[in-house]
Ligand binder design. Structure first.
Ligand code: AMP
Length: 285
């Protein structure tokens, strides 16, 4: 096992990248907020199949958190993360301080409109502006050939694809499949907040959207299926932000019967923990 190079400044990042570029090597970037789990590590594994060098970034981005959200308490464990990234075979880990990313006087923000109007964008004002800004910076700092993001944050993945297209960035955005616990719960750094009781209830989020997708595959209308899903989650004690049936490319709302590939997305609180998940509608059995 070779420990990855750890850098904390953009100029150090660029000098390592320049050496690789000179040698003709391709580079993949996997941006994260740390507190790494198998979901993150699966993206590193995917990156290794696609490029010669893999850069992972760890940065808990303050500007994507709302004032009443969990920025201060977000789990952080740099030593454990570095160990996991070494085992996963990352070549370099970029861990900038907040002042490196947002120096005094920082005043440029990237806003992707339309796609961010609802779902998590409605529940978390400014969230996607914070995400788009930090991802644009990371892509410009690293100039990777590809950057990999999880389908777990499906709306985020589409926002980043749109950002890259609209700003003509020369990078391929690759989506990685959702990694789940054995009981279906999507891995998330925020799962650490769940009490033992909440952890038992949490897999119902996935089960519910999976069931919504199954009835949609059988021809049930989108509105009725989504409403039934919301009802089931509320009955189990979730505080539901949304259960939504959306076009997989535009996230536009759909009603009535839908095609395979249509996305079912949900966000719901269990106690203080906000969980999100999504699945595709399968082909008719
Ligand atoms: P985060 O650290 O939460 O910002 O996530 C960093 C990247 O990992 C994002 O692209 C996420 O979509 C992705 N990710 C988080 N959880 C999972 C998961 N369970 N499966 C696949 N990718 C994930």
């Amino acid at each position: 096992m070779i420990n990855p190079i750890t850098v904390r400044t953009v100029s150090d990042l660029r000098s390592h990248l320049a050496k690789w570029r000179e040698a003709g090597e391709s580079v993949a970037l996997v941006p994260t907020m740390g507190a790494l789990h198998q979901g993150h590590l699966s993206l590193v594994a995917l990156a290794k199949t696609k490029c010669d060098r893999v850069v992972a970034s760890i940065f808990v981005n303050p500007i994507q958190f709302g004032p009443r959200e969990d920025f201060k308490t977000y789990p952080r464990d740099e030593a454990a993360d570095l160990d996991k990234l070494a085992k996963a075979g990352a070549d370099l880990v970029f861990i900038p301080a907040t002042a490196e990313m947002y120096p005094q006087g920082f005043s440029t923000h990237v806003k992707v409109s339309d796609l961010t109007d609802d779902l998590c964008g409605a529940a978390r004002p400014n969230h996607f502006e914070g995400v788009a800004t930090v991802v644009a910076k990371l892509l410009l700092q690293c100039t990777p050939d590809i950057a990999i993001f999880g389908e777990k944050d499906y709306q985020q993945l589409l926002v980043i694809r749109r950002l890259v297209r609209d700003l003509n960035m020369q990078v391929e955005i690759v989506g990685g499949p959702i990694v789940r616990e054995g009981d279906g719960l999507a891995l998330s750094s925020r799962n650490a907040y769940l009490s033992p009781e909440e952890r038992k209830t949490a897999p119902l989020l996935h089960k519910t959207i999976h069931d919504v997708a199954a009835v949609l595959a059988e021809g049930e209308g989108a509105d009725a299926a989504a409403e039934a899903g919301r009802f089931k989650l509320e009955a189990a004690g979730f505080r539901v932000d949304y259960v939504a049936v959306r076009d997989p490319a535009t996230l536009k709302p759909l009603s009535g019967p839908v095609k395979p590939g249509t996305r079912v997305l949900a966000a719901a609180y269990l106690g203080k923990t906000r969980l999100i998940d999504n699945v595709a509608v399968p082909p008719k059995a």
